[in-house]
Design a protein around this ligand. Structure first.
Ligand code: XMP
Length: 517
């Protein structure tokens, strides 16, 4: 284990869902943060010379046999420690305190009573500050040398500290937004108590990532599948910065892309960045395989299979490849975490593509796996990617195949591409693109009568959808000013052949999904 080039806060991971979020909050202060497993020996931690250590929460009960414990030598290193939730409990137990399980687990908001105004951890925190709690066990006796400095009605030891040794513990989660002054607690620890220098930024991330990629890849070749989305684009440009022509990108045009997308990707990567790009025009293969198929799952399976066949076919022509690069982000890691914890080679935009063919043996290269989406966008900007690419709305792997409800034909796809382009254009013109998580159009296999000029028409219906969301798990429909919808609707009916009626979808998720299929 080596020392890091920046003042570092180590997050000791006890398996919490929120470990990355803690690291991210530290990065937001421009302080470097690294997550390491709780099993890391104290000697290794010492060698890293962190300015402070944060014990994460975790799903285990500290009272259980074999519950995760850090090396007890950690308390002799003279490094400040902040224990969060499970982290507080494990610190208490290892230093002579005790933990019990009250009858009811506490989950939700609680108001803090600050008991020690001049506590270094509670500096600037308001009386009755709102906290987010989620715990089964509670500390019932604190270790010698510790004092209680904050409490809540259901949890006497909400904040404890041993100021002399710089050990602090909080039962709540300062890293989540529900804890309104969470940032203050964490800043007090990182900047006030640990005195970490705020010398880290995305530029430093790039420098470190470039070094790591070079070291891992050596003189070998890397293959990266581009989807047209921001994650794979940022991963490719970052890797290209590290290893230049040892990277080859593959872009599969499945015929299910948005208007102008295939050209845009080729221009950007080939012409602007001078990245080796293999472009596979597989439109015909996808359309023939989809012919006559309307059932959504069947369509997804076909699209996934043709993609995999095409991608592997391209890969075989790409030379002697050792690594498959993917733009996997932290939320993807969480979603697809296997119970065994083992990494599996899957192609992200087409979940569950199965194992790699026998003749293709690749290691994974995932330089973005510690980052959140908005951090990847910042990284993309720092790498010089155009804003239009960096702030692009998410787009599903199976593309317009899922938005073309019913049978997928070239004609219907062209219609849908035109509708989508107009809708997005009107949103951009209204300056609303970045207020929306995702906007999309879909074509419904429903015909209705209309009138245009003196003629009756009998054409398909399109539905527009725009949602706000934090993470796509839940979503609300976007409240457009009516004139934006009016302009989009008028243009769609006037300019697009094959559509004579426009709907706006006002279903939230749940019960709806974001996509129509
Ligand atoms: P739903 O429609 O389930 O979508 O509310 C949630 C988010 O996931 C995107 N999505 C996909 N992304 N491959 C992807 O990479 C897929 O097969 C896929 N299906 C849905 C969707 O666009 C939304 O952002």
């Amino acid at each position: 284990m080596q020392q890091f080039p920046h003042d570092t806060i180590i997050v000791l991971d006890f398996g919490a869902q929120y470990s990355q979020l803690i690291a991210r909050r530290v990065r937001e202060m421009n302080v470097y943060s690294q997550i390491v497993p709780f099993t890391t020996p104290a000697a290794d931690l010492k060698a890293m010379q962190p300015k402070g250590i944060i014990f994460s929460g975790g799903p285990a009960s500290v009272r259980a046999e074999n519950s995760p414990r850090p090396d007890a030598g950690i308390y002799d290193l003279g490094i400040p420690i902040l224990g969060i939730c499970y982290g507080l409990q494990v610190m208490s137990i290892q230093n002579g305190g005790s933990v019990e399980r009250p009858e009811k687990r506490e989950y939700g908001f609680a108001d803090l009573t600050v008991l020690k105004k001049d506590s270094s951890l509670l500096k600037g925190v308001s009386q009755n500050s709102r906290l987010w709690m989620s715990h089964g066990d509670s500390v019932c006796a604190i270790p010698e040398g510790f004092e209680k400095t904050g409490s809540t009605p259901n949890c006497p030891y909400t904040v404890i500290e041993n100021d002399e040794k710089h050990f602090y513990g909080v039962q709540f989660h300062p890293e989540v937004v529900h804890t309104t002054e969470g940032k203050t607690f964490l800043e007090n620890f990182v900047l006030g108590i640990c005195k970490a220098k705020q010398d880290w930024d995305m530029g430093s991330f790039i420098a470190t990532a470039v070094e790591e990629i070079r070291e891992k890849v050596g003189t070998k070749q890397v293959l990266c599948g581009l989807s047209g989305g921001v994650d794979s684009a940022v991963a490719a440009v970052l890797i290209h910065k590290a290893i230049g022509d040892q990277l080859v990108c593959v872009f599969v045009n499945n015929g299910l892309l948005r208007k102008g997308e295939a050209d845009m990707v080729q221009k950007l990567f080939r012409d602007h960045y001078n990245i080796r790009l293999q472009y596979a025009d597989a439109e015909q293969a996808f359309l023939s395989a989809l012919k006559g198929v309307s059932e959504p799952e069947a369509k997804r399976k076909i699209i996934g299979k043709v993609f995999v066949d095409t991608f592997y076919d391209e890969a075989r022509h790409a030379g002697d490849i050792s690594f498959l690069a993917q733009g996997t982000l932290y939320p993807d890691v969480i979603e697809s975490k296997s119970p065994s914890g083992g990494p599996s080679a899957t192609i992200k935009s087409h979940h569950n593509v199965g194992g790699l063919p026998e003749d293709l043996k690749w290691d994974l290269l995932e330089p973005l796996r510690e980052l959140f989406k908005d951090e990847v966008r910042d990284l993309g900007r720092e790498l010089g990617l155009p804003e239009e690419m960096v702030s692009r709305h998410p787009f599903p792997g199976p593309g317009l195949g899922v938005r073309c409800v019913g049978e997928v034909t070239k004609e219907r796809l062209d219609t849908l591409r035109d509708v989508d382009a107009i809708f997005i254009d009107e949103i951009r013109k209204a300056g609303l693109y970045n207020d929306i998580w995702q906007a999309l159009a879909c074509l419904l296999p429903v015909k209705s009568v209309g009138v245009q000029g003196d003629e009756r028409t009998y054409e398909e219906v399109c539905s527009l959808r725009a949602v706000t969301s934090e993470d796509a798990m839940t979503a609300d429909w976007f409240r457009f000013p009516p004139d934006v919808l009016q302009r989009a609707s008028a243009r769609i009916c006037n300019e697009v052949q094959g559509v004579n009626r426009v709907l706006y979808d006002i279903t939230s998720k749940p019960p709806g999904t974001i996509e129509w299929e």
